[in-house]
Design a binder for this molecule. Structure first.
Ligand SMILES: Nc1ncnc2c1ncn2[C@@H]1O[C@H](COP(=O)(O)OP(=O)(O)O)[C@@H](O)[C@H]1O
Ligand SMILES: [Mg+2]
Length: 238
């Protein structure tokens, strides 16, 4: 469904994404992990059309390199950001409505917005301003707004960051339901290996923009090269 082929992104002297190739199949939950600064968010920025790059990215066999972010969103690729991005002066319902209005090919559909509000457990807070939501609800809202665009692929960037154990369980449950009940393919960047081994069917590890290994999540997390690059990260937190 998504084929990244020899993607390379340089910022001046720095190679943030270095000749990465991988394939995500329809219906899969595909994980991406690696130390801070590995190039994970940059890779999302390439897929979603924010930066020019070398290489090729095919979505449903069609080249999407060179398309603008809104065009790629309309094709069916939606994402969330590492730091929750919401419109603080809009209500929860309107925020999801904005995603539906601008992202969905079929245009605004109030009953679909209601479905999403229920799906992300925010129906009771539909009239609250998003700026007043707690962190978990902000994350739920950001995922809801992404879902409102009716994506084929949802890309999540460290959705569990800053969450406690209970919130992590709620987010994992939501991600499983998005994949199973809505049939949406998911790419997830995450640091928590337990989350990745439970949620994903395939896991890609990158370090300094380069693939370390890619495959079955349990095998990958036990790979000595992966353990080594994570031990390096413990001494290198920023
Ligand atoms: N817009 C940018 N301009 C210059 N350097 C950038 C830019 N975005 C990211 N980088 C650099 O690229 C590298 C990868 O960053 P990033 O993709 O955010 O890593 P990760 O998400 O894996 O923590 C880092 O060294 C970062 O400083
Ligand atoms: Mg990042």
């Amino acid at each position: 469904m998504l084929e990244v082929k020899n993607a390379t992104k340089k910022f001046g002297e720095l190679t943030a994404v270095n000749d990465l190739s991988f394939e995500v199949s329809q219906g899969q939950v595909f994980g991406i992990a690696g130390p801070n600064g590995a190039g994970k968010s940059t890779l999302y920025n390439l897929i979603t059309g924010l930066y020019p790059f070398e290489g090729s990215i095919l979505f449903n066999k069609k080249e999407i390199r060179g398309f603008a972010p809104h065009a790629i969103a309309k094709m069916g690729i939606s994402r969330t950001f590492q730091i929750p991005q919401t419109f603080p002066s809009l209500t929860v319902e309107k925020s999801i409505g904005v995603g539906n209005h601008f992202g969905s090919q079929e245009g605004y559909d109030p009953s679909y917005v209601d479905n999403i509000l229920e799906f992300v457990s925010l129906e009771d807070k539909r009239d609250e301003l998003t700026g007043q939501l707690n962190l978990l609800d902000k994350k739920m809202l950001m995922i809801g707004a992404a879902l409102a665009t009716k994506p084929q692929i949802l890309m999540l960037d460290e959705p569990m960051a800053g969450s406690n154990a209970k919130e992590i369980l709620a987010l994992m449950d939501l991600i499983k339901r998005i994949n199973k009940d809505m049939g949406i393919t998911i790419i997830i960047i995450e640091h928590f290996m337990k989350v990745l081994t439970e949620l994903t069917q395939k896991l890609l590890i990158i370090e300094t923009g380069t693939e370390i290994c890619c495959g079955d999540p349990v095998e990958v997390t036990n790979d000595p090269r992966v353990i080594e690059c994570y031990l390096g990260d413990v001494n290198d937190k920023n």
